[in-house]
Each structure stands twice: as structure tokens, then as C-alpha cells.
Design a protein around this ligand. Structure first.
Ligand code: NAD
Ligand code: ZN
Length: 368
């Protein structure tokens, strides 16, 4: 069974296919987009598990598939990684008649998408996301990029894929911790705009973790949600910013941990969302029980929801504020945050007093 979700972006429109076992059909699905060489970019972990099978599926459809394997990990999303990948792609001979496929998590997707957008002034690319985070979030919407010394994702471009193929069976090999981290972004879709989905997750999350129809359903709901937001606001001039729920606090904490294994992106987002709900409660925007309900679900699946949950601790309030300021524009002491009026009712608040955020963080850090 597979579901097809259209992303309506005029001449840049494309489909997201969600289903178990799609890799076997990769040749048929990608054939219409591949009249020349097809370069398949993966990372060392994914390559070991899935690259041969994926390329074999392409070759079965008479596609000239050329595999490329990059080192795994966030540090690959760098200028050095971009140079290495560009060179490898050019060596395959792939050109504007061909296709570049990102077979991997968000790191491979973001880096490959950027390289595809730049090489020969833009080569088509397809996303075959292999992590839960990539299937529900990073593979959809066309944001590509690398990190620089100044921060994460600061060098990038919009380059929409021609197809997204989310094979939910690929997630069976994903380490549990990575799956759980990706689940934070799944919960995010409920928390920001879909209270009924959040309630469904509260009941059904064990089945989402176990795999099968519940997992497919959850991924399809998230893709539909993201596709709708992206179709209305491709370039993030408004509503798309809601997808950053939990990310302002989250990015600062992630950066404070040096983007290390101590805290994965999704774990930082879970903690960031718990803080965004609590901060909203403190401002009287949402009731304390609703804020607690959001955090309780994240904690129930094993995600961090308190600053003290971060192994090895976090930097202090001033350092976190510096990191928030680096990440966001601070205008006259005010910050932009995604806040909430209820579960499923997030909104963009442009006038958050930085001093109030600092006091909140300081209180949170003092908690035992
Ligand atoms: P990742 O790509 O590093 O993957 C996580 C780990 O899982 C890696 O070690 C990888 O090798 C391994 N892996 C991947 N698929 C596997 C599989 N099927 N089986 C076994 N191991 C597998 O990280 P991620 O969490 O997928 O993505 C994080 C990145 O995504 C960040 O750089 C973040 O900035 C970016 N992101 C981008 C967007 C966007 O809109 N472009 C949105 C959200 C996040
Ligand atoms: Zn995220």
C-alpha cells in the first residue's frame, strides 16, 4: 500500500510517495525523471545497508546508476563536504538531462539538494529519505543547505525535488535513538496545527515505533501537513515559520552541546517544544495543564523535556541567550518565537522580550 501526496507549487509541483517497500519500485518511479546518468548519493551507514539494493532497482529499469558515498554525520554538511560531493558528482558525468538522488537522512538530503541546485546551474534531484526525520520533514519543501562557522544551515538555497519517495521499511534499520529523535518532528506537526493528530499519537505512538500501518499513517499525515504549508508559503515569508516550533530554544541548546552526539537535533527540538509550551503558559497564553500534556507525551516516548535531561548539562542562561541571538535576528531587545495558544494552535510572535526569555531560562536552569 502506498499513498501519494501532491505538493502544489505550480511548475515546481511534485509528488511524495509514502509506503512500505517502495525501494523495489524505485526504477519505475524514477524512470520518468532520468533520461541520462543518475547519481545516487548516500552516506557510509546507509550505503552499507541499502545502496546496492537501491541501485539494482534502478538498473532493473535500465537506468545508468552511479553510487556515491559520503562520510556520515552532520560535519559532512560543510563547505568541505560540498566540495567533495560536487567533485564526485561531476566525475560521474551527470548533467541536466540526468538526475541526482539523495538516499539518506537529512544530512545527505540537505547537502545533495544544495549540490544539485548549484551544479551546472541546477540539476534535477529526488529525495529518498531514510530517517524518520527526513521522511516527515527535511525531504519535503526544498530547503537545502550546509553549515558554516557562523551557524547551522546558513549557506543554502531553495531547490525543490522532482519526487520524494519515503519507503517506510527503510526505517527498520534506523537506530532506535534516531527514530525517537525523528519522532519529535512527528509530534511537532500535531502540536503546531493538528490537535486530533496529537491525540491520535498519544494513543498510537507504540504502533508508530513498532512499524506497520500506524507508522505509514503518521508519516503520511506529516507529509500532507508539510506539503500544505509549503504550498501556501514556499519561501517562509509567513506560515512556514510555524514549522520552527521548538527550534529557537532547540537550536540554541543543540549549539550549546556543540552539535554533538550528546543531543540529537530531534531531541533538542523535543526539549525546545516543551520549553516553548511552558514559556507560553508562563505568559498566560495557554493553560498549564495543556502545556504539561504536550511535555508529558514527549517524555513518555523517552525524549528530553527538561534542561537537566541533557547529558553533560547545557550552557548557562547568558550563553544560551547569546546562541539564540546568533540564530535569530534580535531587534531592539525583542525576539521572534513560535508560541502556542493550545495544542495544535501555534502562532508566530515577533515581539518576545529577550529579558523575559532570559529570566525564564534562568528559572528553568535553577530547577532540580
Ligand atoms: P542524519 O542524516 O545524520 O541521519 C542520522 C543517522 O542515521 C546517521 O548516522 C545516518 O547515517 C543514519 N541513517 C540514516 N538512515 C538510516 C537507516 N535507514 N538505517 C540506519 N541508519 C541510518 O540526520 P537526520 O536526523 O536524518 O537529519 C538531520 C539533518 O536534517 C540536520 O542537518 C538538519 O539541519 C536537517 N534538516 C533539514 C530540514 C530541511 O527542511 N531541509 C528540516 C529538518 C532538518
Ligand atoms: Zn527540526
Amino acid at each position: 500500500m502506498s499513498e501519494i501526496i501532491p505538493v502544489g507549487l505550480g511548475e515546481r509541483s511534485y509528488e511524495i510517495h509514502v509506503g512500505s517497500g517502495l525501494v523495489a519500485k524505485a526504477g519505475v518511479l524514477l524512470k520518468p525523471f532520468a533520461s541520462g546518468i543518475v547519481a545516487v548519493v548516500s552516506d557510509t551507514n546507509v550505503a552499507k545497508l541499502h545502496l546496492d539494493r537501491f541501485c539494482a532497482a534502478l538498473r532493473a529499469a535500465q537506468i545508468d546508476a552511479r553510487p556515491i558515498t559520503m562520510p556520515s554525520g552532520e560535519s559532512t554538511k560543510s563547505f568541505a563536504g560540498l566540495e567533495q560531493l560536487s567533485s564526485a558528482l561531476l566525475n560521474t558525468g551527470v548533467d541536466r538531462g540526468g538526475l541526482i538522488v539523495a538516499l539518506g537522512g537529512g544530512v545527505v538530503g540537505d547537502l545533495t539538494g544544495l549540490a544539485a541546485g548549484l551544479l551546472k546551474r541546477g540539476i534535477d534531484f529526488a529525495q529518498v529519505p531514510t530517517t524518520l526525520l527526513a521522511q516527515v520533514d527535511s525531504s519535503v519543501g526544498g530547503k537545502t543547505g550546509i553549515n558554516s562557522r557562523q551557524g547551522k544551515n546558513l549557506v543554502g538555497a531553495f531547490h525543490q525535488p522532482v519526487l520524494v519517495m519515503a519507503d517506510t521499511a527503510l526505517l527498520d534499520t534506523l537506530p532506535k535513538r534516531e527514530f525517537r529523535a525523528g519522532y519529535a518532528e512527528v509530534a511537532k506537526f500535531g502540536l503546531l496545527g493538528d490537535a486530533a493528530f496529537f491525540a491520535w499519537l498519544e494513543k498510537n505512538w507504540p504502533d508508530v515505533f513498532a512499524g506497520g500501518p500506524a507508522r505509514e499513517h503518521a508519516i503520511a499525515v506529516c507529509c500532507r501537513g508539510k506539503a500544505a504549508i509549503v504550498a501556501r508559503d514556499e519561501r517562509e515569508t509567513g506560515e512556514r515559520a510555524l514549522l520552527n516550533l521548538g527550534h529557537t530554544f532547540g537550536h540554541a541548546i543543540e549549539a550549546g552541546c556543540g552539535f554533538s552526539d550528546r543531543l540529537l537535533h530531534g531531541e533538542a527540538v523535543a526539549l525546545g517544544m516543551a520549553l516553548a509550551f511552558e514559556f507560553s503558559a508562563r505568559k498566560g497564553l495557554i493553560g498549564a495543564p495543556e502545556a504539561a500534556r504536550a511535555a508529558n507525551h514527549l517524555a513518555a516516548v523517552g525524549l528530553p523535556t527538561h534542561l537537566k535531561d541533557v547529558p553533560g548539562g547545557t550552557p548557562g542562561a547568558d550563553a544560551l541567550m547569546d546562541l539564540i541571538a546568533q540564530d535569530k535576528k534580535v531587534r531592539r531587545g525583542t525576539l521572534t518565537f513560535i508560541l502556542v495558544r493550545d495544542i495544535g494552535r501555534a502562532f508566530v510572535e515577533n515581539n518576545v522580550d529577550a529579558a523575559e526569555v532570559r529570566a525564564f531560562l534562568s528559572d528553568k536552569l535553577a530547577e532540580r
